[in-house]
Design a protein around this ligand. Structure first.
Ligand code: SER
Length: 320
C-alpha cells in the first residue's frame, strides 16, 4: 500500500468493511479510500471520506466510480453470509457470484487493478479433515454460501491464470469485532455473546456448547488482509485463496473467558439450523502457506481478544 493508491471498498458497511475502511483511511487519508455500500449510510463512512450508494451487481456504475477516482485497489466485501444465504438461496448465489464477476471483469479489462476477495472456512464440508484442515484437501461444501465461495475461488484462480488479474484472497475463519455488529453468519454468536453479556448478563447460544470453530479477532484479520495485499506478486503461489488460522474455541470456552470479567454471566443453549452448518466446518486450520508465502503470524488469542472486546464495548456504552 502506498500513498498513491486509491482504494474502493465495496460492502463498506458490512462486517469486514467497517473495520477495513477505518484502518485504510487512517493510513492513506480519507480522500483516497472510496467507501461504497448498497445501503445508504450516515456517520463515519460519509464523514471521513467519499461514500457512494452502489450495487455491486451494477457493473457500469461500479466501473464509473473506478474510472472517476482512478481506483487501483478494490476490496469486494459485499456478500451474504452463511446463515442468511440459507434463507435467501438464489439472491445469495446471485450477489456472491455476479458481484465477483463484476470486479474480475473490470480488473481483466484494466490491468492496473489489484483485487481482494474474501473466501471462508465455509468452502470446506463434512468430507474435509476437520483438525488442522490443510490448504489443499477435499472440498465439498454443503451450504449455499460455501458453494459460492468455493466457485468464487476457482474463478479467481482462473482469471489470474487466463487474464493476469492480480486477485488475492483469504479463507477467513469466523471474525469477531467490536466495531461491526453480527451480520448473518454462523460464527456470529461469538460477537453477539459479548454484547449480550454486557447488556443482559446472559446469552442463549444457537450452537451446542462443545462446537469448536476456527475464529479470529478482527484486528488480526485486517492486518492479514493488508499484508496479503502488500505482498510481492512473485511470492504469492496461491491465487484461489489462502487458509488462515487464528484461534479455535467452543461456546463453553468463550463463556468461561467472559465469566472471568463478568462473574455472574450465564449461558444456555438452543441449537438451531446453524448447528448443522457449524458441524460441516473445520475445527482448526493449517495456515502454513500463508506463513511461508507472505509472513502471516497471528497475535490475538481467546483471552487477549476477550479483554480487548470488553474494554471497547464498555467504552462504547459509556459514550452512548
Ligand atoms: N463467518 C462466516 C459465517 O459464519 C463464515 O465465513 O457465515
Amino acid at each position: 500500500m502506498t500513498n498513491t493508491d486509491t482504494v474502493l471498498v465495496l460492502g463498506s458497511a458490512g462486517q469486514i468493511g467497517t473495520d477495513l475502511v477505518y484502518t485504510l483511511r487512517e493510513r492513506l487519508g480519507g480522500a483516497s479510500v472510496i467507501a461504497a455500500d448498497v445501503k445508504d449510510q450516515q456517520g463515519y463512512l460519509r464523514e471521513s471520506g467519499p461514500f457512494y450508494v452502489l450495487d455491486v451487481l451494477d457493473k457500469m456504475a461500479v466501473a464509473e466510480i473506478i474510472n472517476k477516482h482512478k481506483v487501483n485497489r478494490v476490496y469486494l466485501l459485499a456478500a451474504l453470509l452463511s446463515a442468511t444465504a440459507e434463507q435467501k438461496m438464489k439472491s445469495a448465489w446471485n450477489l456472491n457470484m455476479e458481484g465477483l464477476f463484476t470486479i474480475l471483469d473490470i480488473a481483466a479489462e484494466k490491468k492496473a487493478i489489484r483485487v481482494f476477495w474474501p473466501s471462508s472456512i465455509a468452502v470446506f464440508g463434512t468430507t474435509t479433515p476437520r483438525i488442522l484442515t490443510p490448504q489443499f484437501t477435499v472440498m465439498e461444501p454443503t451450504t449455499v454460501y460455501g458453494i459460492s465461495k468455493q466457485a468464487g475461488e476457482r474463478w479467481c484462480e482462473y482469471y489470474h491464470a487466463k487474464f493476469g488479474v492480480d486477485v488475492r484472497s483469504i479463507r477467513y475463519p469466523g471474525l469477531i469485532s467490536y466495531k461491526a455488529h453480527p451480520g448473518g453468519g454462523t460464527t456470529d454468536y461469538a460477537v453477539d455473546i459479548y454484547h449480550q453479556a454486557l447488556d443482559k448478563g446472559s446469552y442463549t447460544c444457537f450452537l451446542k456448547e462443545d462446537t469448536t470453530l476456527p475464529m479470529m479477532y478482527m484486528p488480526d484479520a485486517i492486518r492479514a488482509t493488508l499484508q496479503l495485499m502488500e505482498a510481492n506478486d512473485a511470492d504469492l503461489k496461491i491465487r484461489s485463496s489462502y487458509n488462515l488460522a487464528g484461534m479455535s474455541f467452543t461456546p463453553q470456552q468463550i463463556a468461561a473467558e467472559i465469566k472471568k470479567h463478568i462473574p455472574d454471566f450465564t449461558m444456555d443453549y438452543h441449537p438451531d439450523f446453524r448447528q448443522q452448518i457449524a458441524d460441516s466446518w473445520p475445527q482448526s486450520i493449517d495456515d502454513s502457506y500463508a506463513q511461508k508465502d507472505w509472513g502471516w503470524k497471528q497475535e490475538f488469542n481467546l483471552s487477549s481478544m476477550t479483554n480487548d472486546m470488553l474494554l471497547h464495548l464498555k467504552e462504547d456504552r459509556q459514550h452512548a
